[in-house]
Design a protein around this ligand. Sequence first.
Ligand SMILES: Cc1cc2nc3c(=O)[nH]c(=O)nc-3n(C[C@H](O)[C@H](O)[C@H](O)COP(=O)(O)O)c2cc1C
Length: 188
Amino acid sequence: MRKDLGVLPAVFPMPVLMIASYDENGVVDVMNAAWGSICGMDKIALCISGHKTNENIEKTKAFTVSLADAAHVKEADFFGIASGKSMPDKFARSGMTATKSPRVNAPIVEEFPVTMECELLEIVQTEHFHSVIGKIVNVTANEKVLDADGKVDVSKLDAIIFDQFRNSYYATGERVAGAWDAGKPLMK
Ligand SMILES: Cc1cc2nc3c(=O)[nH]c(=O)nc-3n(C[C@H](O)[C@H](O)[C@H](O)COP(=O)(O)O)c2cc1C
């Protein structure tokens, strides 16, 4: 028996993306964004609007996007509750560390394990869609989350995912199967 749940953004899992930017005075801000997705091999689209982060990105034309990990769930959630608009020391309060990206005019939060350094490509605003599109110019990762081939090993990442049904964060689980592989038996 199935039940209708009404209109919901019923996608799971959602990422827990940490968008970091500078304001015009070089003050760091970080916001939490779940509504973001890769939209090309070197592009990311973020459905964010009306935030201090938006103002910053419009001015600096750059931002970084990090994957939040379980060790920093408190800080990650705080970045989604507080706004740099009303809390000028938002990032300082988190106790985290930021360094300037050598490639783009945006901060890298050192404690987050994987970070995409992005240049603003365009802001797309239509009646039903507002998205900040970034070009990924580099990805920087903590060595601790890399495998022997230098690739990100998600079993070491301890990334968290967001459940928008019940507003919760979950740990990522174990590997189930290979992609472009598990379906191969059905190709015969
Ligand atoms: C789990 C979570 C996910 C969020 N995802 C988004 C999102 O995808 N887009 C958005 O505009 N705001 C999102 N927010 C809200 C912003 O993070 C929040 O408004 C934040 O205060 C903005 O910070 P800023 O004003 O310092 O930029 C999310 C908040 C949480 C807690």
